[in-house]
Design a protein around this ligand. Structure first.
Ligand code: 5GP
Length: 331
């Protein structure tokens, strides 16, 4: 496990508020005397996850909380020896009026900027701006308009489409995402998280849109699988999160096997460290064990991850770090 912890890893699918430290959340709730039911942390499935997000959003009421959580989450990934991180979050205003959406986004960007100055040699961090399909289309539109003004900010590496899949359809947001793509944003989309005919149909719509990356991709049939293979769209996999959503008996059932051994570009991520009580070392370690991956396969996995990062300017250095780690005595 120490070897996995020390390896320069790549995290591309982590939601800021889903990665808040539990301790921080408890502390802030207590200090503000917010009465919350923390027993929902036992519900480790997608439904439970969405109740936890509500709770987290309810507790983080001030801009100073957003600042603190951003800083801590960045530190936590650095401490797990992540060499390159793409952190995603949905810009939002506080329902109590304590901060605006613009202030929220500016705060997260500011923390990433500060982090880069202090620790950029150890971990490069970028931001993905999330569009939450559980919020109205108008909200997504205002987010896009806002980030268009920040287009020259090189910390913003792309756009993520996430949120509760049962709340709306991809089609409702497709035009907006197409516009974002035309403006030059790279796009990653949560897809096929849930089982069912309506979700399968939607997954075809999403894959036909040809996003730059796909998130999760838990449920598919042969035709959809062939399509993703043929279009060669990289997949961000989140083992523990997928384990609970799919209701697997063991991680060896994970769809990792249907992609990794075919040479498909995939990587492993945490999704929400707080919700799933995990970290990026665990995610790799568990999969290495479940699939009995060799040291060379672990290295191949990291190298493949480096091919799917949105800021490709950092790829050569990242690959150098990975190669050096596996060939050196740092092990
Ligand atoms: P935030 O965007 O507030 O920083 O992070 C929490 C949000 O990320 C959630 O409200 C939800 O919109 C999104 N999210 C986190 N984990 C998942 C997931 O597993 N599936 C989906 N579809 N959305 C998620």
């Amino acid at each position: 496990q120490d070897f996995v912890k020390k390896a320069p890893k790549i995290e591309l699918h982590a939601h800021l508020n889903g990665c808040v430290r539990r301790q921080t959340l408890f502390e802030i709730a207590q200090r503000k005397q917010i009465n919350v039911d923390f027993s929902i942390f036992d519900l480790r499935n997608i439904k439970g996850a969405f109740s936890i997000f509500q709770l987290i959003h309810q507790v983080l009421r001030d801009l100073s909380d957003i600042r603190r959580v951003s800083r801590e989450v960045l530190e936590d990934f650095k401490d797990q020896n992540v060499a390159y991180l793409e952190l995603r979050t949905t810009p939002k205003s506080c329902e109590l009026g304590t901060y605006t959406k613009e202030q929220y986004l500016a705060t997260v960007i500011d923390e990433i900027q500060k982090f880069q100055q202090l620790h950029g040699d150890k971990m490069q961090a970028r931001l993905l701006v999330s569009i939450d399909r559980g919020r109205p289309l108008d909200d997504a539109r205002s987010t896009l308009n806002h980030i268009l003004k920040l287009k020259n900010n090189n910390l913003i590496a792309g756009i993520d489409f996430s949120g509760n899949p049962s709340k709306s359809t991809f089609k409702e947001y497709e035009q907006l995402l197409e516009q974002a793509r035309k403006e030059g944003f790279k796009i990653t989309i949560h897809v096929a998280e849930l089982e069912g005919d309506e979700y399968l149909q939607e997954s075809f719509d999403i894959v036909n849109f040809k996003p730059d990356r796909l998130g999760h991709f838990n449920f598919y049939n042969q035709e959809l699988y062939n399509k993703v293979r043929q279009l060669d769209i990289p997949i961000e996999m989140c083992p523990t999160s997928n384990f609970y959503t799919v209701n697997m008996k063991s991680l060896s059932e994970h769809h990792f096997k249907e992609f990794f051994y075919q040479g498909h570009t995939i990587n492993l991520n945490t999704d929400d460290t707080c919700v799933f009580d995990t970290d990026i070392t665990q995610e790799h370690f568990k999969m290495i064990q479940a699939f009995n991956l060799s040291e060379d396969e672990f290295k191949q996995l990291l190298l493949r991850s480096s091919n799917m990062i949105f800021d490709q300017s950092y790829r050569p250095l990242l690959q150098q770090r990975i190669n050096e780690y596996f060939s050196s005595s740092q092990k």
